[in-house]
Design a protein around this ligand. Structure first.
Ligand SMILES: [Cu+2]
Length: 173
């Protein structure tokens, strides 16, 4: 009993340290990523969703995301085109999260495009915010994956833009 209490205390200390580390150069606040999950529409293509909160007193930019056993990750946003169809656009400049703001990556909006993942397990992605780098586990969403596979396209991939499509299939560049 004593042992487990000590262990919990240790864990708590570790969490506090971690939270402090995530705060970066700011004395208070942090970048927090929640509800992180990903789905695969095909074995070699998926999308990652989550919310990212910035409680630091400076704006931050998500500059890039990477993971082991993943070919590459791009930042995309699904937008309504002039003709009313949904098109997916690449956001190589990244996603800005202003101080005090939360952005949500979700189907039909901003998302991470995951190219050539190996396997379907929960996996750790590294989020690069410039000064800060945060590791986050994205849970594999089996239900959403099955639905996406069955409908033959994820909502976020209902783009008519041929450029985006070419881009997506160009997985070895
Ligand atoms: Cu995309």
């Amino acid at each position: 009993m004593k042992n487990s209490v000590a262990r919990i205390a240790l864990l708590f200390t570790a969490l506090m340290l971690l939270a402090t580390a995530c705060g970066g150069s700011d004395d208070s606040g942090a970048i927090e990523i929640q509800d992180a999950r990903y789905r695969l529409a095909r074995a070699d293509l998926g999308a990652g969703y989550m919310s990212i909160s910035n409680t630091t007193d400076t704006d931050v930019t998500l500059r890039g995301v990477s993971a082991e056993d993943v070919g590459r990750v791009e930042m995309h946003e699904t937008v309504m085109g002039d003709d009313g169809t949904m098109a997916m656009e690449s956001r190589p400049e990244g996603f800005v999260i202003a101080s005090g703001q939360t952005i949500t990556l979700e189907p039909g909006g901003k998302h991470l495009m995951i190219f050539d993942p190996i396997g379907i397990e929960d996996r750790t992605f590294t989020f690069d915010f410039g000064d800060d780098s945060i590791d986050v586990v994205l849970t594999y969403d089996a239900v959403a994956s099955a639905a996406a596979a069955a409908s033959d396209s994820m909502p976020s991939m209902d783009h008519s833009g041929d450029d985006a499509m070419d881009d997506m299939d160009d997985s070895d560049s």
